[in-house]
Design a protein around this ligand. Structure first.
Ligand SMILES: [Zn+2]
Length: 240
């Protein structure tokens, strides 16, 4: 799957491993909570899991990282040049920023899953995808929020392609069509990327709103939102 990446690991093994046979290598990206990578040998196979933060990093950085990880696995010293390239990359402000976001957002999110005690978000997603998107919407990571957030009922994170739905909606007191509506709203964010106008970002564009009203119980959902607000005596909760 990541054959170009795997070649970099083969190279690193050849350089650092001496006479050792190069093991078959399996490289994957993983949504770790931070800039974190792992490498291990199991049954003669090397498993590499790279933080998806560096998914788009230049080949030079990937090569450096391959040397860093293989050296770690073989208890060898990392060649200075690779050490420096990877270090410089990891200290870049945009990489640090993504790493912070991942640490803050994921450490918790990663524990929860799409399957709640009442509703299964993955199944719900598949159903909505088929019904309203011809099954063509790419599947994001979907999770219930760890905390029972009441103001924000749903959130779509573009950087990590993650949809988080408030745990308050995983309840038998909440009708399925309402939880579905919130998920549908977040799915529309995948279909309709934000538009930038005069330096401002618009998430709920006209096209977005038009699609949103196609949800058969759209108006009922709006009324439900009002009702929840009255009960909570707070501002109307929303899907972000
Ligand atoms: Zn929204």
């Amino acid at each position: 799957m990541n054959s170009d990446l795997e070649k970099l690991y083969v190279d690193a093994f050849r350089h650092l491993g001496g006479e050792r046979t190069v093991p078959p290598i399996d490289v994957r990206f993983y949504p770790y909570a931070g800039l974190h990578h792992t490498i291990r040998l199991r049954s003669g196979r090397a498993y590499v899991r790279l933080s998806d933060i560096c998914k788009d990093s230049p080949t030079e950085v990937q090569r450096a990282l391959a040397f860093v990880l293989v050296a770690r696995l073989l208890s060898k010293r990392t060649p200075a040049i690779h050490e420096r390239i990877y270090r410089d990359y990891s200290l870049r402000p945009e990489v640090q920023r993504l790493s912070d976001i991942a640490r803050r957002g994921r450490g918790r999110k990663m524990i929860s899953t799409a399957r709640g005690s009442v509703y299964d978000l993955d199944r719900m997603f598949a159903r909505l995808n088929k019904r309203y998107f011809d099954g063509e919407l790419p599947t994001p990571t979907i999770t219930w929020s760890k905390r029972r957030t009441r103001r924000i009922l749903g959130h779509h994170d573009r950087v990590y392609e993650t949809i988080t739905i408030s745990k308050t909606l995983d309840s038998a007191d909440v009708p399925e069509w309402f939880t579905e509506y919130i998920l549908y709203h977040e799915m529309l964010h995948i279909k309709h990327p934000a538009k930038i106008l005069n330096g401002r970002r618009y998430y709920h564009t006209e096209a977005f709103r038009t699609d949103e009203r196609r949800y058969p119980r759209y108006h009922e959902a709006q009324r439900w939102l009002e009702r929840v607000a009255r009960q909570q005596r707070t501002a109307r909760p929303r899907a972000a």
